[in-house]
Design a protein around this ligand. Structure first.
Ligand SMILES: *[C@@H]1O[C@H](CO)[C@@H](O)[C@H](O)[C@H]1NC(C)=O
Ligand SMILES: *[C@@H]1O[C@H](CO)[C@@H](O)[C@H](O)[C@H]1NC(C)=O
Length: 332
């Protein structure tokens, strides 16, 4: 035990001394290599709806899934040769980070906002929670689900930091589409974080569609960061973890821990096939081995279990740390 602790302390010291990830252009447009680790003593900055932007559908502890919640909250990523997170200081008043994607990117937004909130850096957090009595957020059978108001769910949210900077979600899965925000983006100060998402066609087609949609941003030299869509973890006939309703009806029983990295390899194929777009991106966020973290998915609610979203806190906080490092690499 003592030996293990000493080993841990040494590892932490080594990690602290590492240079930041994404320090070079090559590093910014490549997956980060490293290992996912179970860090038992990791302190999460939020828990059981303590953060004003948390959703009951993602809080496994709120749902009574104590073991799964603890496993997800303790999950960390040790990058090979570099350090992630804790470095970003948003530049002056008015800088905005737009999150343009589906619910998987919204999990990263929530993680980042909740981390900043716990650090006392958030002065306002507004979200379009469905009002009680009028509309309800779909619960899909999740235990102790909050159906309306804070804790339920949202498409759009804006978080204002003490510096005047803002984080905003602009959801591609919201009714009515999302590119209307483009005219509002100021290339000299704003950043757009984009994710192809799981809705629509194949991972390759989704990525191509989103790259095409982002062209007006590239044309205006807006800084765009691509987040590779986190891998689904459903039991699937092909082993790619993708949602297959027909197959799932006959194969009930939890999320798959490891699946083929079908989404990331297809998104990379689309990115590498469009050299101009890849060139125009500020960076791409992809952590090696995320496809092996299926046991940190919510796994409850939804027919066959929610094997798309992670328990929070959990891997979205690790992705938020990667995003933090990517934002910190922006020129001052
Ligand atoms: C989570 O919070 C609820 C109140 O909202 C409480 O009833 C429940 O016991 C808490 N769960 C844990 C594991 O702390
Ligand atoms: C940011 O700018 C707005 C309007 O320009 C101003 O009202 C606000 O006080 C500023 N905030 C900070 C922290 O400087």
């Amino acid at each position: 035990m003592r030996h293990a602790l000493r080993w841990c302390a040494t590892l932490l010291a080594l990690v602290a001394a590492e240079p930041p990830c994404y320090a070079t252009r090559e590093a910014r447009v490549a997956p980060v290599r490293g290992a996912w680790v179970a860090r038992v003593e990791r302190q999460s900055s939020y828990r059981n709806l303590s953060c004003p932007l948390e959703w009951s559908k993602y809080s496994c502890v709120h749902q009574g899934q104590a073991a799964r919640a603890a496993a997800a909250a303790g999950r960390g990523f040790a990058p090979a040769g570099c350090a992630l997170g804790g470095a970003w200081r948003p530049r002056g008043n008015g800088t905005r980070v737009f999150f343009w994607g589906d619910s998987l990117l919204r999990q990263v937004f929530i993680a980042m906002a909740c981390g900043l909130h716990a650090a006392g850096r958030v002065v306002d957090a507004a979200a379009d929670w469905p009002p009680c009595g009028a509309a309800e957020w779909p619960c899909h059978g999740a235990a102790r689900c909050v159906r309306c108001g804070p804790g339920s769910g949202f498409f759009g949210a804006t978080v204002t930091l003490a510096t005047g900077a803002e984080l905003r979600t602009v959801s591609t899965d919201a009714p009515g589409g999302a590119v209307a925000f483009f005219h509002d983006v100021q290339p000299d100060r704003d950043v757009v974080v984009v994710e192809a998402g799981v809705h629509g066609g194949s991972p390759f087609a989704n990525a191509q569609r989103v790259l095409a949609a982002a062209r007006p941003l590239f044309a205006r030299s807006v800084r765009v960061i691509w987040v590779v869509t986190p891998q689904d973890a459903f039991p699937s006939r092909s082993g790619d973890g993708r949602f297959e309703p027909k197959y799932l009806r006959s194969h009930r029983g939890g999320c798959v821990k490891s699946v083929a990295p079908a989404r990331s390899s297809e998104e990379w194929r689309a990115l590498r096939g469009d050299a101009r777009a890849l060139d125009a991106l500020w960076g791409v966020i992809d952590l090696a081995g995320l496809e092996d973290q299926g046991d940190a998915k919510v796994g409850a609610g939804l027919a066959g279990g929610d094997c798309q979203h992670y328990c929070m806190p959990g891997p979205p906080d690790v992705l938020a740390a990667a995003l933090d490092a990517m934002l910190a690499a922006l020129p001052a």
